[in-house]
Design a protein around this ligand. Structure first.
Ligand code: CMP
Length: 139
């Protein structure tokens, strides 16, 4: 398994607010190389599958509605220590708890609409990246 990669989604609220460019600039400036990227829209089935781990949580239905209400930008990012460094860059799940200068502090509205996703392990980075990209789309 490749361990210097992580997976991210710029969530619908980021695209609705026109924050795509600013967020990608911050990702690039932090030393991540984009090895795959696409703008796409998740179906309900996609979101239910991607977030299956949360299916028993009270916020699951709202999460699926949120993630399918408009386009997202999905990307695979490469950097040494990518998973951990990217989670530091995006900040805590709840933007109220996120450190100053993090992407969620700057761009997220709430714990549910929190602007970006970042994989929480090398294994999940691989699974989540493979959910959105075929081998031919990764460079
Ligand atoms: P993320 O960590 O990328 O993936 C799971 C998502 O579920 C999370 O971002 C939020 O968008 C959402 N989420 C997590 N915890 C809560 C919560 N307590 N209430 C509402 N939404 C949540």
């Amino acid at each position: 398994m490749v361990t210097n990669r992580t997976f991210t989604m710029l969530k619908p609220d980021s695209l609705e607010k026109g924050n795509t460019g600013a967020i990608l600039e911050k990702i690039n400036a932090s030393g991540f190389k984009i090895v795959a990227m696409k703008q796409t829209q998740m179906s309900r089935r996609d979101a239910e599958t991607f977030y299956a781990i949360h299916k028993d949580r009270p916020f699951f239905a709202d999460l699926v509605t949120y993630m399918t209400r408009g386009p997202i930008v999905a990307a695979i990012l490469e950097k040494e220590n990518a998973v951990e460094d990217f989670r530091t860059l995006i900040g805590a799940t709840n933007p109220e708890d996120a450190a100053e200068g993090t992407i969620r502090k700057m761009f997220a509205k709430s714990i549910s609409e929190n602007a970006v996703h970042g994989s929480d392990s090398d294994e999940n980075a691989f699974i989540e990246g493979s959910f959105h990209f075929s081998g031919r789309e990764i460079f």
